[in-house]
Design a protein around this ligand. Structure first.
Ligand code: UDP
Length: 338
């Protein structure tokens, strides 16, 4: 059994499916602070069986002890975290309590249970406003806000933890920009708040569910002036988590390094305008849009160097912009139809 914290979140729920399909059943832990319980129905309809779900907070040490006693947990995939940049700026203590405090509570519970195999969902935000066209894992870390800083802090914490005991095997996966949805249309991004990825915003604007898309900035030093990101299909990210999990589950003598930090991206950037064109081309729906000033704290360009993922995980992204757009649109259309 695998404990998946943040199990009903965007990345967590898709990861649960990838793990189950690989014969690794999960216990999903989530406090439902930013994802709806209906995610569980989507998971059940896709996989044909109800997921094992525990509603609770990763900061609840007693609950974690109970879970480790109740289930034969071999490893943890840790995705429970708050991720809204603006909210983090307004409530830094809340963010650090959840993201850093939650990770500390989890690690201590893992140590009590003798479970020392962990995959942590980190984020490309650790790089801040990067100067490099493609970011290797060795690029300087320059987090711009509390949310990003909490990811850096947890990675550093995990570095110390891995060094403390020979049984630890830990991956920190720096996820670039997750988009898309499960191809069934039964699972996708469903946050309670307003933090939506660009493709979800486009799909909602195309569906007339929200005002036209505001394109934040047209004077960035990028080929067409709009921001460039390394968008990655959430199903690819889920497979990336699975690949890391399979590695930490391996037995054998303790390696010298026990904490690996890996970028999960496609290694290819798309600008806002390029993604918009891809959406219109592949879904056949127009995205009403307007120009808006730059959004505070946004970087011009963020693209992964994915060499390490290929070499260490034997993983690479397979799905391109067409699949991202079609799946994001199918998910939004289904939400609209309900
Ligand atoms: N973006 C935009 N309009 C929106 C949302 C996002 O122009 O309504 C741009 C944003 O400036 C950035 C890119 O789309 O260049 C990706 O934004 P998102 O919030 O999805 O991810 P992040 O900024 O965290 O990389």
């Amino acid at each position: 059994m695998i404990l998946l914290t943040g199990g009903t979140g965007f990345i967590g729920s898709h990861t649960a499916l990838a793990l189950a399909q690989a014969g690794l059943p999960c216990v999903l832990l989530d406090n439902l602070s930013n994802s709806p319980e209906s995610t569980l129905e989507g998971l059940a309809r896709i996989s044909g069986q109800a997921p094992v779900f525990e509603r609770g907070d990763v900061r609840d040490a007693a609950l974690l002890d109970t879970l480790f006693k109740r289930h034969p947990i071999r490893a943890v995939v840790h995705g429970a975290a708050l991720k809204a940049v603006g909210e983090g700026l307004a409530q830094p203590a809340l963010y650090h309590d959840n993201n850093v405090g939650g990770s500390i509570t989890l690690i201590r519970a893992m140590e009590r249970a003798g479970v020392r195999r962990l995959v942590f969902s980190s984020s490309s935000t650790v790089y801040g406003n990067p100067a490099l066209a493609q970011l290797p894992e060795t690029a300087p870390l320059a987090p711009l806000n509390p949310e990003a800083r909490s990811k850096v802090m947890v990675e550093q914490l995990l570095h110390d933890v891995a060094a403390s005991h020979p049984d630890w095997r830990i991956f920190s996966l720096r996820c670039f920009n997750p988009v898309g949805a499960h191809p069934s249309g039964l699972l996708g991004e469903a946050p309670r708040g307003q933090t939506l990825n660009l493709l979800t915003v486009m799909a909602q604007a195309a569906a007339g569910q929200r005002p036209p898309l505001s394109i934040f900035g047209n004077d960035y030093p990028t080929p067409d002036g709009t921001g460039v990101r390394d968008y990655i299909h959430v199903m690819d990210l889920a497979r990336g988590h699975l690949a890391a999990l399979q590695q930490v589950l391996q037995t054998g003598p303790a390696p010298d390094t026990r904490h690996w930090v890996i970028n999960l991206g496609r290694g290819q950037g798309l600008s806002v305008l390029q993604l918009l064109q891809a959406f219109e081309q592949h879904t056949g729906h127009r995205v009403p849009h307007q120009w808006a000033p730059r959004r505070e704290g946004d970087a011009a360009s963020w693209v992964a160097d994915v060499t390490q993922a290929r070499q260490h995980l034997g993983w690479q992204a397979e799905l391109g912009p067409a699949q991202m757009c079609v799946d994001a649109w199918r998910w939004q259309s289904r939400l609209l139809g309900e």
